[in-house]
Design a binder for this molecule. Structure first.
Ligand code: GTP
Length: 326
């Protein structure tokens, strides 16, 4: 089998100047000249039979970057190392329903073999022997694509950061209210239950004053970890203030919410936070409230949980109170 050379397939009528043609003057190019141009292009140029996909021409860029080809091989074998036509082949976009060429189709894709990204300009053209072929010019856009992907990632991270409390990795206040309002609407629409638990660390100022702000931060982090480990994926947990936390629990009964609040209180009471040579033992006061049909705003539900929490504070802290249902 012979390996195809790009020069063989360049149609002579495209390159030789016609002495009878007045427009063919100093701008005309010889076959060898056109060959040189094509083989020095910083882009892949190839031609494949429209129906059989047989690769008819590929310039030097293709040989260097994607490998040589032999007579009879298809574009999907040579360019994609595939064992059948590519699922993303654009041929159907290059002709109309009468089989007429529709113009240039521009698209981007990642080559399966060398993993590089290309911007491809595809069109159906008539080949030198009259048959319809696919002409593709593909430019390597990997650097631009990587930059775009990095930007997208950075944007995603910035968005996540803007919703997250940096210290505890819980939702921040803004995200809590954003998600919470959606949950409230859903609960009303579906007539399902929604419970709110709020808690505030007890005498937290004393921890800061006695052991320093860093010790206080360590406690907040541990409380965040504990909370994250105890809630369901559908629950929303947040640090909504300095040492104040809130959880929204969709599809949760009053009994289940009280059970969780009591469990959290107990686990917090058991928590030992080691900071340097000290062991800190935080506690918290809890308030629980249930959504009622009259609650149009999340703030109304939270203010009841807050009231119940305040009762826990005034009654001695380290306890759970339920805002009574009427
Ligand atoms: N380390 C640390 N401390 C914080 C942070 N945010 C708020 N605080 C502190 O939390 C303390 C809250 O004190 P208070 O509002 O008096 O409440 P408390 O001491 O917990 O008392 P009770 O709530 O009545 O039990 C203050 O000392 C704040 O400086 C934070 O991100 N890190």
């Amino acid at each position: 089998m012979t390996t195809c050379k790009a020069s063989r397939t360049i149609p002579a009528r495209m390159v030789d100047s016609d002495p009878a043609d007045p427009s063919a003057s100093s701008g005309s190019v010889t076959n060898a000249g056109l060959q040189t141009i094509l083989d020095n292009l910083d882009a892949l140029v190839y031609v494949a039979d429209f129906d059989t996909h047989e690769l008819l021409y590929m310039n030097a860029y293709g040989y260097k970057n994607l490998g040589s080809f032999e007579h009879g091989q298809t574009c999907w074998e040579v360019l994609q190392n595939a064992d059948g036509p590519c699922s993303f082949c654009t041929n159907h976009l290059l002709v109309d329903n009468r089989g007429e060429a529709t113009g240039i189709h521009v698209w981007e894709f990642q080559n399966k073999v060398n993993k590089r990204w290309y911007q491809c300009r595809d069109q159906a053209i008539e080949w030198t022997d009259g048959r319809l072929v696919r002409l593709e010019i593909a430019t390597d856009i990997t650097d631009r694509k990587n930059m775009e992907l990095a930007l997208k990632e950075a944007h995603k991270k910035a968005e996540a950061d803007s919703r997250q409390d940096g210290l505890t990795r819980l939702n921040n206040r803004r995200a809590f209210f954003q998600f919470g309002r959606k949950y409230l609407k859903q609960a009303h629409r579906n007539q399902t239950s929604l419970a709110a638990i709020m808690f505030d660390l007890d005498h937290f100022k004393q921890i800061n004053d006695s052991y320093g702000h860093e010790a206080g931060d360590a406690v907040l982090r541990e409380v965040g970890n504990l909370l994250l480990s105890r809630i369901r994926e559908s629950d929303i947990a947040a640090r909504i203030g300095g040492e104040e936390f809130a959880v929204l629990l969709p599809d949760t009964s009053q009994e289940q919410a009280m059970e969780l609040a009591e469990r959290l209180r107990f686990l917090l009471q058991e928590l030992r936070v080691r900071f340097r040579q000290d062991v800190l033992r935080p506690t918290a006061s809890f308030g629980v409230a249930m959504l009622v049909p009259e609650d149009e705003r999340l703030e109304t539900l939270l203010s009841r949980a807050d009231e119940a929490m305040y009762l826990s504070k005034t009654e001695g802290r380290d306890r759970v109170h339920l805002f009574p249902q009427f």
